[in-house]
Ligand binder design. Structure first.
Ligand SMILES: *Cc1c(COP(=O)(O)O)cnc(C)c1O
Length: 498
């Protein structure tokens, strides 16, 4: 299938090429030229297969690769997951289902796409003679997931940049102890938006691109702007819906709500795409933390980033510029690249944009956006544990807080799938403090206490970090990042002088 740019000025390219390309040359994001359609019978049939089988079929809607090959890729990608269902489903209350997306190597949902992306990229690189240099800005979880996905993958290099002081202790430790011979990790002074804009700018900086090209490096992205991140995420919504039908929790064709803790808007956009290809959805519930730029947008139709930035206990959602929203805007404007470009220019020049009233109406029937502040989120962790014995991580707790509010407000009993995006052990101090009010400086100590309290085990991926060697301790000002990258990954030829 071909993908087109949301800004309309880049030529269309096939989906596999878009995986290498990352962002379009006109600065837009790649979206499917049209949405393929599947029916509920197919959804149910696909989810009767393994997760990997379902994944392969969903991917085959977009990528011109044989199903068997896709299925092999998926099997390799998910071999290290600790749960054979890959995305197991927990019913925590009547009509409320938690889809656990955190059983991969880095304990966050991003593993599902990022274990697969390198395999798609290798496929795309076949016969090209180039190496891919993947650059990623991370609010915490993407970075580690990308490192795990790309480490030692031939003909790729992976650079990960996180905001200093903007990620949890565990997240930071996961990244700076990463082994592998094709990687680099560093902190950028600033918040996530600074890190993201620094990396995003490199992708459209002609001199950086040509300097890299001189060294045989082709720039690529593992951020959720990459279509290769988005496509695999569609699959778990399809799979989970089919599983609910198979378990007779819902009737085939019955609509469900999907509740997603959102930051860069990638995960919930995948749910929207799933709906566009045929998933029966009633409401998409977009949950933000105290950085409530998205929920304000859904309420007012104004996207406004000129505001205070808060550090919260759900750091992977501490984001003001939600890149993937551009793809939704493209759809609700009736696929009008001129409108998208205008909005994105407004955002760049005046830090906000306002969508047309008619476009907003498109959103209102489908999306519900709200946010949860720190205290209610902590309270949800505590109450959910006390009431159901179920432990939520802070991101998922934001989602459940917003969901409970939505239910109260709307009186809507539609069966609802909550995306659980991270393991609670990854945020052990905050989760423990939410339940017991105890403050623990040491993340491992907190994890041990949490394990005792809940009868769960500390995931081995975290235990391994206890004695891991810290390898990457650099902190850079953002203006140096381009040079640092070329120095690190380049052969030394054609480096920029300053
Ligand atoms: C990345 C992340 C999110 C936000 O997902 P987006 O696709 O950026 O909206 C939520 N929770 C966790 C744990 C994450 O790692």
């Amino acid at each position: 299938m071909y993908l087109v740019s949301t800004r309309g000025k880049a030529r269309k390219i096939n989906a596999l090429d878009a995986v290498l390309q990352g962002i379009a040359e006109d600065g837009g994001l790649y979206v499917p030229e049209r949405f393929p359609r599947i029916d509920v019978t197919q959804i149910v049939e696909w989810s009767r297969m393994s997760f990997e089988g379902c994944m392969a079929r969903v991917l085959s809607l977009f990528f011109d690769i044989d199903i068997e090959e896709l299925e092999d890729m998926a099997r390799e990608a998910y071999a290290s997951f600790s749960d054979r269902d890959i995305v197991p489903l927990q019913k925590i209350d009547e009509g409320e289902y938690v889809m656990e997306l955190f059983h991969g190597p880095t304990l966050a949902f991003k593993d599902i796409a990022l274990q697969l992306l390198p395999r798609l990229m290798s496929k795309a690189l076949e016969g090209s003679g180039e190496d891919a240099m993947i650059l990623t800005a991370t609010s915490g979880d993407t970075g580690k997931a990308a490192l795990e996905g790309f480490k030692n993958v031939p003909r790729t290099k992976i650079g990960v940049f996180y905001p200093n002081n903007g990620v949890s202790d565990m997240q930071k430790l996961q990244m700076i102890t990463q082994e592998g011979d094709n990687i680099y990790v560093a902190a950028i002074r600033g918040n996530f938006d600074d890190a993201q804009s620094t990396i995003k700018d490199l992708f459209t900086d002609p001199s950086f691109i040509s300097d890299a090209a001189k060294q045989g490096l082709r720039l690529s992205s593992a951020n959720s702007i990459n279509f290769g991140r988005l496509a695999p995420q569609i699959a778990y919504y399809i799979f989970t819906y089919g599983r609910l039908v198979a378990a007779k929790e819902i009737r085939p064709g019955q609509k469900v709500n999907i509740v997603v803790p959102s930051g860069n808007f990638g995960n919930i956009l995948a749910a929207y795409y799933a709906m566009r290809i045929g998933l029966p959805v009633y409401r998409l519930i977009c949950a933000s933390n105290k950085n409530n730029v998205l929920s304000d947008f859904f309420e007012s139709g104004v996207y406004m980033i000129d505001r205070q930035f808060y550090k919260t206990m759900s750091p992977s959602m501490d984001i003001l510029v939600s890149s993937n929203l551009e793809r939704l805007i493209f759809e609700i404007t009736g696929r009008d690249p001129k409108a998208v470009e205008m909005y994105m220019n407004d955002l760049k020049e005046q830090n906000n944009y306002r969508i047309r009233e008619s476009d907003k109406l498109e959103l209102d029937g489908l999306f519900f956006g709200d946010f949860a502040d720190e205290f209610p989120t902590a309270n949800t962790i505590k109450e959910t544990f006390e009431q159901y014995g179920y432990l939520l991580d802070p991101h998922t707790a934001v989602a459940r807080t917003v969901y409970l509010k939505y239910k109260r407000l709307m009186g809507d009993d539609t069966p609802s799938i909550l995306a659980a995006t991270a393991s609670p052990f990854k945020f052990s101090q905050d989760v423990l403090r939410s339940i017991t009010k105890e403050l623990h400086e040491d993340a491992f100590e907190a994890a041990d206490i949490l394990a005792d309290l809940t009868g769960l085990e500390v995931p081995p991926q975290l235990n391994e970090l206890r004695n891991a060697r810290m390898i990457y301790t650099d902190v850079w000002d953002k203006e140096f990042i381009g040079d640092v990258i070329l120095k690190r990954f380049g052969t030394g030829a054609g480096r920029r002088k300053r």
